[in-house]
Design a protein around this ligand. Structure first.
Ligand SMILES: NC(=O)C1=CN([C@@H]2O[C@H](COP(=O)(O)OP(=O)(O)OC[C@H]3O[C@@H](n4cnc5c(N)ncnc54)[C@H](OP(=O)(O)O)[C@@H]3O)[C@@H](O)[C@H]2O)C=CC1
Ligand SMILES: O=C1OC[C@@H](O)[C@H](O)[C@H]1O
Length: 390
């Protein structure tokens, strides 16, 4: 029970793009709106690799934290003594170097998904955090939703019996209006190999999250097994994957996970077909699209009896009824740090690494490759990924 003196976490925001804006708007929501009276968040610094002016403009965009420090570079941010934790909100290509920059400066880190570009990079981040006694978490925000917690509890309780198969999809129809291309410019992070673009790392991590949190995460520690992987991809003209299907087999548990993602179609344009089906011996749990931010699930018993549950994200009336759902992962960071934990039990380091190994194997089988600059696991504070020249 909170002592009435909430634990305060001071955030430094690295990058000022789309997700940084969404995350900060969530941080500015009152924790009371979501029943969190034991933690609170402050945005104390923001850095843009472009300029401190852009960082200042970002504060106007989020309409808050106006007394936060604003920096024109990431290296300045990570040495700010008032910052407890860095939120890394750059493209996947930058996550390894940017997270290392923060860890080496002694800062805790919440790094956006996908964690890294390679499993070796993820392992290096974990080794560094462990050696420096620092908190590190991959920002797979969906895991921290009350909906996801409830689904995991239902499985653990035996509500649908033994789970033998999870099928998940996150697909977003991004076809261009004209021609055969996608709607993204070739330089855009979604399709640019220099920014680790492609469906798997950006979108595929979500169906894989549902495969792992239902077929891997809930197993007793000593029984957890990395899956065998079969995958196939279609390449976009840039060389990034536009369409990927991954089969994860867990032979020790007689279960299979199927994760799919494409930029050529929607999971379901009508949103009536579940994005995720978790199928057990006594029935199934259906989670509705989008797989990254579901607000509805359905429990269907073997005899056909079914119940649907809506779990909307709490909105803060004082913040124009904003409430996206990234506050749950931020609260987890605060509670872990308050309680002296270096990793989250909801997404342990080992699991982030196994998921990266799975995605890396899928990309290998799909013939997808990325440049050395963004796949190296050698930290370089002078990398253009850290100095802002890439
Ligand atoms: N959890 C979720 O729901 C979502 C997560 N994401 C994840 O967040 C990360 C960022 O995505 P998003 O915010 O949409 O991306 P944006 O392109 O909107 O922002 C990325 C920011 O990174 C910085 N950056 C530094 N170097 C580069 C570079 N060479 N090219 C492009 N940007 C650069 C820029 O900020 P600056 O100039 O200020 O340094 C830029 O604004 C990705 O890893 C993505 O997977 C994205 C969307 C949703
Ligand atoms: O994490 C994400 O969720 C929503 C998608 O639109 C976005 O590209 C992806 O990064």
């Amino acid at each position: 029970m909170a002592s009435g003196n909430p634990y305060t976490l001071k955030w430094g925001i690295m990058a000022t793009g789309g997700i940084a804006e969404t995350f900060c708007k969530d941080l500015l929501c009152s924790p009371a709106v979501r029943g969190a009276d034991d933690v609170r968040h402050e945005i104390v610094a923001v850095a843009s690799s472009s300029s401190s002016k852009r960082a200042a403009e970002f504060l106007q965009k989020i309409n808050g934290a106006f007394d936060a420090k604003t920096y024109g570079s990431y290296p300045e941010l990570v040495v700010d003594p008032n910052v407890d934790i860095i939120y890394v909100a750059t493209p996947h290509s930058h996550h390894f170097q940017n997270t290392m920059l923060a860890l080496e400066a002694g800062k805790h880190v919440l790094c956006e998904k996908a964690f890294t570009v390679t499993a070796a990079q993820a392992k290096k981040l974990v080794e560094t955090a462990k050696a420096k006694n620092l908190f590190l978490m991959e920002a797979v925000w969906t895991r921290y939703f009350p909906l996801s917690i409830k689904v995991r509890e239902l499985i653990t309780s035996g509500e649908i019996g033994t789970v033998f198969r999870t099928i998940g999809d996150l697909s977003i129809n991004s076809n261009a209006e004209e021609g055969n291309g996608l709607s993204f410019a070739d330089s855009h992070r979604m399709v640019n190999p220099d920014l680790a673009g492609g469906a798997t790392l950006d979108l595929g991590v979500y169906p894989l999250t549902w495969v792992f949190q239902t077929l891997y995460h809930l197993q007793p520690e000593q029984d957890k097994e990395a899956p065998t992987v079969i995958a196939s991809s279609n390449k976009y003209t840039t060389g990034a994957d536009e369409n990927t299907a991954i089969i994860c087999s867990f032979p020790g548990h007689n279960s299979i996970g199927i994760a799919s993602t494409t930029m050529r179609a929607d999971t379901d344009p009508e949103n009536v077909v579940p994005a995720v089906r978790i199928q057990g011996s006594k029935g199934e749990i259906q989670v509705f699209a989008p797989a990254y931010r579901p607000t509805k699930y359905r429990v269907v018993k073997k005899n056909g009896e079914a119940q649907t549950f809506d779990v909307p994200q709490p909105a803060d009336p004082a913040r124009n009824n904003w409430g996206h759902g990234m506050f749950w992962e931020a609260d987890e960071c605060a509670r872990c740090l308050r309680d002296g934990k270096l990793e989250s039990a909801t997404l342990p380091w080992k699991e982030s690494i196994v998921i990266m190994e799975t995605m890396e194997e899928a990309l290998r089988q799909g013939g997808i490759t990325y440049p050395e600059l963004i796949t190296t696991d050698v930290y370089d504070p002078k990398s253009p990924l850290n100095t802002g020249n890439q």
